[in-house]
Design a protein around this ligand. Sequence first.
Ligand SMILES: [Zn+2]
Length: 454
Amino acid sequence: MKLKSAATCLTMLLVVALALPLFPATAASGMEGERDKGALQKNGKAPLKKTAVKKRTAKSKGAKGKNRKRKVIYRKKQLKPAVVNEMRHWTNPDYVRIVLSVDREVEVEHHQLPADLAAGLPPRIYIDLKGARLGKGVRDIPVAGGLLKVARIGQYQKDVVRVVLDIENIKDYKVFPLEDPSRVVIDVKGERPVEISRLEPVIQVPPGVAAAVPLPKPTDDARPAADFKPAKIRRIVVDPGHGGKDSGALGPGGVMEKDVALKVALKLAKKLHDELGIDVVMTRSTDIFIPLDERTAIANKVNADLFVSIHANASLNKSTEGMETYYLNLAKTDKAAQVAARENNTSLEKVSVLQAILFDLMANYKINDSAQLAAEVQQELFKRVGREYRSVRSNGVKQGPFYVLVGATMPSILVETAFISNEQEEKRLADAKYQDATAAGILNGIKAYIAALK
Ligand SMILES: [Zn+2]
């Protein structure tokens, strides 16, 4: 990412000029000006400088003169600072995700500083949220105990909130905005201190990840098949879509996506656990709300090898039917973009903004592995369900920009099991037999993926 190299060039200057104070003695300490050119993410409608507006307009397709004019007016009107009202974190020895909740989009700039041995400082990342105010009650995260040592947050300048992360070691990091609600996500990868195979088989879920519910150990009568060795895949996160206040799509008969997603996911988790002997962590196992960014954070935190998100599809066209499996990438079709917009709980326009961000980040994701996993799952799902329900159709493997998959460091897919908006498929989704066939199909797909790894 070009900003990172810009950051490196500026590192010396910054160290001398700032030594990274959270609260500088003088507000205008030369942080403005040239460094603004290096801002990494400009998703903001916050008080943007003219250069930023121009750049953003030039980037967005089809933004002609008319749009630009409107944006400039918008900029002038919107002078009230955005409020940063929460800082959450997940960390393990290898990974940390920080999520900053903001009441609207902001412009973000970030830099990396190497360890300063003389001063006894670890590597640091600092993130400036421009045109932002720190909300009440947002506090530092003291010694977090994983890759993240400390996170400090403060009002660095009148309209700049600064977050400083002291990190044990930094292999790579990414900063990206998510919207609806507005958030800034910071993902940091460290050098993995232990191999997955050496991890304890039973997951200890720390209090910070209360939503992640590991399944109980298999009972004696449900031992994994002796001839099946999962090898590289030791732990899978199963993510039932939606939950709590977010019911997901609603069928014509009143069936809610969140309920059927949970039922299929629970069945899948049990099968993975009992039949393959794989550790399973569920992002939720009851009807509770979990933000999309937290779901991937859980998967990264527990060092999962695969991430599988379970959903039901919806369309305005009531006759639309079939199963489809997605992996994270730019949407190739309008329909795929619409599915992503619905699952992200956002507009099509916002999806195109996310696509632009994804384009920069994509090299970091396991796209090929995810595509392979999606292909196996889609094929086996169709085969297995089609055996009992002859009329089902396969809509194939697709790709789209799904928030819930952004930042996952392992192969990850999102399965749209059927169309809940279709009367017949809604009835099927609510039926335990169909749910079971669906879970068995996904299981077979995962099994085929694992077998191909050897
Ligand atoms: Zn969904």
